[in-house]
Design a protein around this ligand. Structure first.
Ligand code: RBZ
Ligand code: NIO
Length: 371
């Protein structure tokens, strides 16, 4: 089975959510997500079984190749050549509650560091030939002097402290969803065949935990982790903040867009819009840590079926990330004890995706070897 440009051919599928938001309307219609190709999945499964290896020898790498085939509607899959990562940066008002081990001033400083090429994500992207972009969606700083393109999608400065107030307004969420969708369109127009969404923003593991706790109905103690490395006292304080946020937003979990305003923020909404749009366009995504997975969980509620276009790059040390991955039916590729964010755990897994595609496409078949 061969397929054409799945991104282009699927561009006409769905499209409602991004189109409505881009047009600046006040509604966010649920997008229609077509599933990855069942026929390509079956063909890839058969081809994997026929490779010159003992049956099942490639383990999870084989499953990854089958998933990629289904996403590309093509067997064997192409080796992803245009991997593109976007870091959505935003500050979180909840940092005033002492939920992070680091001050909020780190956020704009790290935006500048990504721009300068010295961040963890910068280095991984450079070594793995991944295009990288950072966007200030809601950083609490003017970021004067950074390239205008970095600030082109800015929605607001910071967010409300989610234990006592909404992170942002419904209108800001709609604009952020539209911005994220537009950014996905830009990345796909630039040729992306695999996307990564990264996060940046001191305090953002708190809204991530709150969103996961709210959506999955889990107790704050189960979903709260140490983030940048808070001590036991701050961890207890963080759990109480997560509990207050989950209790406050619980009546609104049925409306995932509203939930982004209540407990996420503009940066979370932009990333969610990016994920929804990638799935609508049929472009696979590698997920990173707890923030990206929280955003994917909400994106999959906004547009059921988003998760089928996602693979989990790694397991982070945040407990909520594992719980959300399980709920999404995703098994992480790497488990390195990483807890950084920025998209690093996803980009670290890019060589695995390329390996999986190459194995399925280039290996000899056992039948030919024995002929
Ligand atoms: C220097 C530095 C670089 C980072 N890069 C990503 N994060 C990550 O850690 C923060 C979230 O953890 P918490 O909720 O505990 O604040 C976010 O900035 C996230 O992107 C960083 C954090 C720091 C300190
Ligand atoms: O799970 C993550 O991605 C994570 C953990 C700690 C800090 N920032 C991100």
């Amino acid at each position: 089975m061969t397929g054409g440009d799945t991104a282009a051919t699927r561009a006409t599928v769905g499209g409602t959510a991004a189109a409505a938001a881009t047009a600046g309307t006040t509604t966010w219609a649920p997008a229609v997500i077509a599933p990855p190709s069942a026929a390509a999945r079956a063909a890839a499964h058969d081809r994997l079984a026929g490779l010159a290896t003992p049956a099942g020898a490639w383990g999870r790498l084989g499953e990854l190749a089958v998933w990629l085939s289904a996403c590309q509607d093509r067997c064997p899959p192409r080796v992803p050549a245009a991997v593109r990562a976007v870091v959505f940066a935003g500050d979180h008002g909840v940092t005033v509650r002492g939920v992070s081990a680091y001050p909020a001033a780190v956020t704009p400083a790290m935006v500048r560091t990504i721009v300068g090429g010295g961040a963890g994500i910068s280095v991984l992207c450079a070594v793995h030939d991944v295009a990288l972009r950072v966007l200030d969606i809601s950083v609490d700083d003017e970021l004067t002097g950074v390239p205008e393109a970095v600030r082109a999608h800015k929605i607001r400065r910071g967010s409300g402290s989610i234990d006592v107030e909404d992170a942002c307004s419904a209108d800001e969420v709609r604009r952020a969803l539209a911005a994220g969708a537009a950014v996905a369109d830009e990345e796909i127009a630039a040729g992306a065949d695999l996307l990564v969404s990264g996060d940046l923003g001191i305090g953002n593991t708190t809204p991530a935990a709150a969103l996961i706790g709210a959506v999955l109905g889990l107790d704050a103690d189960l979903v709260t982790g140490r983030g940048t490395g808070v001590d036991d006292i701050a961890l207890a304080q963080k759990a109480s903040v997560v509990r207050a946020a989950v209790d406050r937003v619980a009546p609104r979990v049925g409306d995932p867009v509203d939930l982004l305003a209540a407990a996420g923020g503009a940066d979370f909404a932009a990333a969610a819009g990016f994920l929804v749009r990638a799935a609508e366009r049929g472009v696979p995504v590698l997920l990173d840590g707890v923030i990206a997975v929280a955003q994917a969980l909400v994106a999959d509620r906004i547009a059921p079926g988003v998760a089928a276009w996602c693979a989990a790059g790694h397991r982070s040390t945040e407990p909520a990330q594992s719980l959300a991955l399980q709920a999404l039916g995703l098994v992480p590729l790497l488990d390195l004890g990483m807890r950084l964010g920025e998209g690093t755990g996803a980009v670290a897994a890019v060589p695995l995706v390329r390996s999986a595609a190459a194995i399925l496409g280039r290996m000899a078949l056992l039948a030919d070897v024995l002929a």
